[in-house]
Design a binder for this molecule. Structure first.
Ligand SMILES: *Cc1c(COP(=O)(O)O)cnc(C)c1O
Length: 405
């Protein structure tokens, strides 16, 4: 634990756990003063009632929080237990990412920065960042792999309408990993006047701790809502999907030190764990430094980062945040992996039973339900990290009963 955070097992240097196996800040010497300034500003801000008051006001009046905790009776009946959905899909811009984008936007302003830069894969974080930048009067550049710019037109158009500059990245495979590299490099060159508004709980310290702290509103609300709905203080399970680990970190945060609550992470098995086409970082990864922190990463047979694959663009990342690596390797958290097909099936099941179209990412968390066994009196919380509007073309192409062409 560091002197500011008494919930996460993170020390002053951003290492997780007593073994300090994951985390840290593996960055060029010349960036170290910037990271120190960022960490100082972050710890100061979260201790400042005025900053936190403004953040909470925006969460309530702009994002629409608290997000509902919904007893999904039909889905519960299907699985023979009690399932509660945390509805991050109901947030403004349709996912949990806005919780973090607003907080970091406020922090950028507090630090006197005029411009934010961000990376994005599917464009969800780019849209959240462009939204926060429009609201807070910040200039905004979003780095996006050229392949993704083509694949994710509607989100590119949204970002441009919101006033952001979208910078296509042509290096590597021109996807998320390359966009992160490019955004980190652009930030290194302009670290004095630019704020790097990172989209997940990844990167060098203090980024993972900052993002997880600001997403912890999710579990803070669950702890308040659950007793009202169930009469029980704690759930038996909390389930979330993992790309980098920000919605999972936020949903788990206030349960990490409650050993009776089982934390379950579901990552993307893509075409299958044996296929070489997946993003199953915690199931199959090994320790390495990626994007400034030591964590679990997947590699090809030559030891280079494996080009990750998932039907869901938001889970398509070759690493994972250091908190997730720590929780996975210490056994505090169970790790499951759901294939594309399993995620699609879970999405159609939720849609037909509850009238809720989840994001493809969230469908992986829902697919976790089919891999577990529950008792009739268990209380199971599933974090629905986002809504499925952005995934409609994929869903329509895979509708059950649709004939193989
Ligand atoms: C980006 C995204 C994710 C994956 O990111 P995490 O940092 O692991 O939460 C999950 N769900 C949705 C809806 C997303 O947009």
């Amino acid at each position: 634990m560091n002197k500011f955070n008494h919930t996460l097992p993170v020390d002053d240097e951003g290492f997780y756990g007593n073994d300090k196996r994951y985390g840290g800040a593996f960055i060029p010497q010349e960036l170290q003063p910037n990271m120190k300034a960022l960490a100082d500003a972050f710890y100061e801000a979260i201790a400042d009632p005025e900053f936190m008051g403004e953040y909470r006001r925006l969460l309530r009046d702009y994002v629409g929080r608290p997000s509902a905790l919904y007893h999904a009776r039909n889905l519960s009946k299907h699985y023979g237990t009690n399932i509660y959905l945390k509805r991050e899909d109901l947030n403004h811009t349709g996912a949990h990412k806005i919780n973090n984008a607003l907080a970091l936007g406020l922090l950028a302003k507090r630090m006197g920065k005029k411009r934010v830069i961000a990376e994005t894969g599917a464009g969800q974080h780019g849209v959240a960042t462009a939204t926060a930048a429009a609201l807070l009067g910040l200039e905004c550049s979003v780095y996006m792999g050229a392949t993704d710019v083509e694949r994710q037109r509607p989100n590119v158009e949204r970002m441009r309408m919101l006033g952001a500059e979208v910078v296509p990245v042509h290096s590597g495979n021109a996807t998320l990993k390359d966009a992160v590299n490019e955004a980190l490099m652009a930030w290194c060159q302009n670290a004095d006047d630019t704020f790097y508004l990172i989209g997940s709980a990844v990167g060098p310290h203090p980024f993972p701790e900052m993002v997880t702290t600001f997403q912890s509103i999710i579990s803070e609300e669950i702890r308040r809502q659950l007793p009202e709905l169930t009469g029980h203080e704690l759930p038996d399970y909390v389930i979330a999907c993992v790309g980098g680990g920000s919605n999972a970190g936020g949903a788990f945060y206030h349960f990490i030190n409650e050993p009776g609550v089982r934390l379950v992470a579901v990552e993307a098995a893509g075409h299958g764990l044996q296929s070489g086409e997946h993003a199953a970082t915690m199931t199959l990864g090994t320790d390495d430094v990626l994007h400034g922190s030591r964590t679990l990463t997947i590699k090809d047979s030559e030891g280079n980062p494996l080009e990750p694959y998932s039907i869901s663009a938001g889970l398509d990342y070759p690493g994972v945040g250091p908190l997730m690596s720590h929780l996975a390797k210490t056994g505090r958290m169970d790790v499951l992996a759901a294939t594309d097909a399993e995620a699609l099936e879970a999405a159609f099941l939720l849609t037909r039973l509850e009238g809720i179209i989840p994001a493809l990412e969230s469908s992986h968390a829902l697919a976790g339900l089919a891999k577990m066994t529950f008792r009739p009196d268990d209380i199971v919380v599933v974090n629905v990290s986002g809504r499925g509007d952005k995934d409609m073309s994929t869903y329509l192409a895979n509708m059950p009963g649709k004939k193989e062409e």
